[in-house]
Write a protein that binds this ligand. Structure first.
Ligand code: FAD
Ligand code: SF4
Ligand code: SF4
Length: 495
């Protein structure tokens, strides 16, 4: 039975009244029930694009924060890629000091409203939480991400964010390529130092995957736009529709346009395909194209958007990561009657955030575990009409540590589908590499950088985020943007 926002809030109100004046022992704290995140009813949310998770109330966040034991050794911090002082911000949230709480977070992370929503907390900060360990269930950990989301939303919605101080103009010019989380963070830290910063974005809209990839129902675009507006208010100049490598090369930016340094945060936006028969039929999409049509081009707004929507009834999505979940849940919202995730391993090995998998199931997405696609079939007009799958079993662990799928001969079967979405991963875009002499990349095409400084093989050119790490996470991209900016600020100071 789906608990409503009002029911969950009422429970938290009653509990808060009991707890608010009590001195809580660690035992009391471990007995406080986890505060569930209210969500839109699954039957309603599949008919709209609005955010699924509705956010805590003040009493819910305070009760949840009271579950924290304030562990002396702070194990949760080791799970956060940017080492946020989690116990400190959670303690302030428990006291109702939300603005102070978000200020603590912002010492390490610039995008808490975003990371609180999309970080894979169960494999990062919350994985190490003592409360989860005591319950022998990571799902019982203190909901660090939800608390982070609440305090950041609170400060933003109540116009209580602290304006960043910008140092005196240095006269130095920096180009930032791309406008995803790595670039946003680098641009903010470079501008604070007083440098003039121009952000070049290939698409007509800035924000990277946060805008074109992750759907509105998981990350409202108004939050990303708010962060971009903050950058503009700080004086960062944003140039959309500017493809670095084509419009201008990196070397031109430095040698002809007077930029003293460049940060490359061009991401990993090149979709991978499987190389199986039929991938060119009509009705086969890369997840990137599918999600971009919906998120960026608003294809779902039929009659208002000029981007056409493919009319799907039965959709197969290949893959088991966040991208696959986003594509499947988007297909459902765009009107498909049946959507299946086809994944070669089992749920245990699936890399998607646990919450997304749970939400996808609630929305009626079918999970075909231990199945691998062999070929896509089509009718005489070249339109997809089926997919041949083979059943797998789990074998020995591979290089990733996950047990690898082994195909069971003779188990091939053709299933009816009219749409296929391939979501098996993304590689880095080769354009900048191809147009920049002397830039070193690894065999996957990712930029090779100095681990401490994020400097590439070219002097004054730094890089971070997915272009370095391969398809990774928002928080890792943000962390790299900040690390690079720190080194760039030192470099520029000595120019
Ligand atoms: P990006 O966000 O990819 O931004 C790169 C930007 O550079 C793009 O806007 C691109 O247009 C621009 N660009 C590229 N080349 C050029 C050029 N030559 N000139 C100018 N501009 C250029 N991570 C999570 O932590 N949690 C999640 O739930 C999650 N879900 C995801 C869902 C989807 C569908 C996808 C695709 C990814 C998801 N990720 C998630 C991964 C995460 O979004 C990325 O790791 C992160 O966005 C990488 O940030 P970035 O700044 O390196 O690059
Ligand atoms: Fe956890 Fe992500 Fe916040 Fe770090 S940034 S504390 S990993 S939710
Ligand atoms: Fe609080 Fe968990 Fe961190 Fe301990 S590990 S300080 S209980 S969030």
């Amino acid at each position: 039975m789906h608990a409503t926002k009002e029911e969950l809030a009422a429970k938290a109100d009653a509990l808060f009244e009991q707890l608010k004046d009590k001195t809580l022992s660690p035992k009391d704290r471990t007995q406080i029930p986890l505060q569930e995140m209210p969500t839109q009813d699954p039957s309603v949310r599949v008919t709209n694009m609005q955010e699924v998770a509705l956010g805590y109330t003040e009493n819910q966040v305070r009760v949840e924060a009271m579950r924290c034991l304030q562990c002396k050794n702070k194990p949760c911090i080791q799970g956060c890629p940017v080492s946020i002082d989690i116990p400190a911000f959670v303690a302030e949230a428990a006291k109702g000091n939300y603005v102070k709480s978000v200020e603590i977070i912002k010492e390490s992370s610039l995008l808490p409203s975003i990371c609180g929503r999309v970080c894979p907390q169960e494999s990062q900060c919350q994985k190490f939480c003592t409360v989860g360990k005591m319950h022998k269930d990571v799902d019982q950990s203190v909901s660090i991400g939800r608390i982070e989301r609440f305090v950041a939303d609170y400060a933003r919605e109540n116009d209580m964010e602290k304006n960043p101080t910008i140092k005196a103009e240095t006269g130095k010019k920096v180009a930032v390529v791309g406008s995803g989380p790595a670039s946003i963070s680098a641009a903010a830290d470079l501008r604070r130092e007083g440098h003039s910063v121009v952000m070049f974005e290939a698409l007509h809209k800035a924000g990277g995957v946060l805008i074109y990839g992750i759907p509105e129902f998981r990350l409202p675009k108004s939050i990303v736009e708010h962060e971009l507006n903050n950058l503009k208010e700080m004086g960062v100049e944003l140039r959309p529709n500017y493809l670095v490598g084509k419009t201008r090369k990196i070397t031109d930016l430095m040698e002809k346009d007077g930029f003293d340094a460049v940060f490359v945060g061009s991401g990993a936006g090149l979709p991978k395909f499987m190389g199986i028969e039929g991938e060119n039929y009509i009705g086969v999409f890369s997840a990137n194209e599918y999600l971009t049509r919906s998120n960026l081009m608003k294809a779902y707004a039929v009659g208002q958007s000029r981007t056409p929507l493919y009319n799907s009834h039965k959709v197969a999505v290949f893959g088991g990561g966040n991208v696959a979940m986003d594509a499947a849940r988007t297909a459902k919202r765009l009107g498909a009657e049946e959507v299946s995730i086809v994944y070669r391993r089992t749920e245990v090995e699936m890399p998607a955030r646990k919450e997304e998998v749970a939400h996808a199931k609630e929305e009626g997405i079918i999970f075909k575990y231990l199945h691998a696609p062999l070929k896509i079939t089509a009718n005489d007009k070249g339109r997809v009409n089926g997919v041949e799958l083979i059943t797998c079993e789990l074998g020995e662990p591979d290089a990733s540590g996950r047990r690898s799928p082994v195909e069971i001969k003779g188990s091939e079967k053709v299933y009816d589908y009219d749409t296929v979405i391939v979501a098996i991963g993304n590689a880095s875009n080769p354009l900048i590499k191809a147009t920049t002499d002397g830039i070193e990349v690894n065999r996957r095409g990712n930029f090779i950088v100095n681990e401490e400084t994020c400097e590439t093989s070219l002097k004054g050119v730094y890089a971070g985020g997915d272009i370095v790490l391969g398809a990774a996470t928002v928080i890792l991209a943000m962390g790299q943007g900040r690390k690079a900016a720190k080194a760039m600020n030192d470099y520029l100071a000595n120019l």
